[in-house]
Ligand binder design. Structure first.
Ligand code: PLP
Length: 430
């Protein structure tokens, strides 16, 4: 527990909060500030500990957004913080001239854990960068230009990743995007079969779509994608930026279907909730095509820093040591059942509850009602949010280290929030 004396006095907390609000309005993003105010999130975050965030006024919240999957190990995990502090005091960033031992150790560990013959890793700083690398590697390895992606997909917001993403509202203002991308309905076997041909460099998919609303494809879909790619000599890129590192109850979601991609993309939780990191893994064939003639064909100044690599190595160690994949599966089943129970009691408001491990979504019949419920939930001390490409879905992606008692608190808070939302709607419609 944090020492309560670490917090400012209530008057100072009010003043700092007000100043921060004003700076957001003047210097950060006034429109985002308005949204935060509407949702009841206009508080200054101050401390993180396990599954909780505490604001400047000392009020704690269970974090069920979990940084869109970043905080698998919770906030400020002491072992990750210690590893990063120790590294920061010796050599935080790579000179880029000598050999980087944490980078070599991390790439070795990832190769041991990843399926198939994913042997090499390029380390960057974020999910979208790791996707950019994946797309470039696929073009280099196949000498082809085209990509097949899925409707509703979210792969990031740089040009290549955005081109692969499947929601126009984020794409249209920036057209023309990268050419060569086509999109098929996620989970539709025939559409995928028909879309891949001899010009396809790669099919890029999330094993479970996160931002489109926690969508789990029908059984066999990812294996089917593998077969279609093999038939046409295309590569399979799996984007496990959100699903990776235990989120779904396995180290990688593709472990469920026993499919090995040619390129596997990781980020978010890999940094242990402390360091930003992205990782693009590939087979020897991909690496040879990409780097044999020019080892600097794709580089990153900050990518692969000692700081990020020690955080990732420590993360992988803790996930395995503390059985966090199994914990994710077990606690996810409890949370899913509890949320589904609430859903069944409010069939007019809530239409579905689905998920795998601690990647869970509850679907509202109406997106605006969902937003009201998110606001009600935060008053009960639980932070959640809707998914970026589908505002009807309230997502629950708490840290894998959430306690059993906290899972029960989340279920009770959701129950209360939905009940209050239903009452509010009844009043409004009366
Ligand atoms: N891919 C997936 C599946 C994601 O969920 C995200 C982010 O939410 C990204 C890529 C982009 O990652 P980042 O925001 O770190 O660039």
């Amino acid at each position: 527990m944090h020492d309560p004396n670490d917090f400012p006095t209530p008057d100072d907390a009010d003043r700092i909060t007000q100043e921060t609000i004003e700076k957001y309005a003047r210097y950060v993003n006034p429109a985002a500030l308005n949204l935060l105010k509407l949702g009841g999130f206009d508080k200054v975050e101050w401390r993180g500990n396990g599954a909780t965030i505490t604001d400047l006024h000392g009020k704690s919240y269970i974090d069920c957004l979990g940084g869109y999957g970043v905080f698998a190990l919770g906030h400020a995990h002491p072992e990750i913080v210690a590893a990063v502090q120790a590294q920061a005091a010796t050599l935080p960033l790579s000179s880029k001239t000598f050999l980087n031992k944490p980078l070599a150790d991390l790439c070795e560990r990832l190769a041991q854990l990843a399926p198939g013959d994913l042997q090499y890793t390029f380390v960057s700083n974020s999910g979208t960068e790791a996707i950019e690398a994946a797309l470039k590697f696929a073009r280099a390895a196949t000498k082809r230009t085209n990509f097949v992606a899925a409707h509703g997909a979210y792969h990031g917001k740089t040009f290549g990743a955005l081109s692969a993403s499947g929601r126009d509202v984020y794409k249209t203002p920036f057209a023309p995007l990268v050419p060569g991308f086509s999109h098929v309905p996620f989970g539709d076997f025939d559409a995928l079969t028909g879309a891949v041909d001899a010009n396809t460099a790669a099919v890029i998919l999330e094993p479970v779509q996160g931002e489109s609303g926690i969508r789990i494809p029908p059984r066999g879909y990812i294996s089917h994608a593998r077969e279609v790619c093999d038939k046409h000599g295309a590569l399979l890129i799996l984007d496990e930026v959100q699903t990776g590192i235990g989120r779904t109850g396995k180290m990688f979601a593709c472990d469920y279907c026993k499919v090995a991609p040619d390129i596997l993309v990781l980020a978010k939780a890999l940094g242990g909730g402390v360091m930003p990191i992205g990782a693009t893994m590939g087979t020897p064939a991909v690496w040879e095509a990409m780097f044999k003639n020019n080892p600097f064909l794709h580089t990153s100044t900050f990518g692969g820093s000692e700081l990020a690599c020690v955080a990732a190595l420590e993360t992988l160690k803790i996930v395995e040591r503390d059985n966090l994949c199994a914990e994710s599966e077990r606690k996810g089943a409890t949370l899913l059942a509890g949320l589904r129970d609430v859903q069944e009691r409010y069939p007019d408001l809530l239409t579905d509850t689905r998920g795998v491990g601690l990647m869970i979504g509850v679907e509202f019949a109406d997106a605006d009602v969902g937003k009201l419920a998110i606001g009600a939930l935060v008053k009960h001390g639980v932070v959640a949010a809707y998914t970026l490409n589908n505002a009807k879905i309230m997502r629950f992606e708490p840290p894998l280290v959430i306690t059993d008692a906290q899972v029960q608190t989340v279920i009770a808070a959701f129950d209360a929030a939905v009940c209050e939302t239903a009452e509010l709607l009844a009043e409004l419609l009366a």
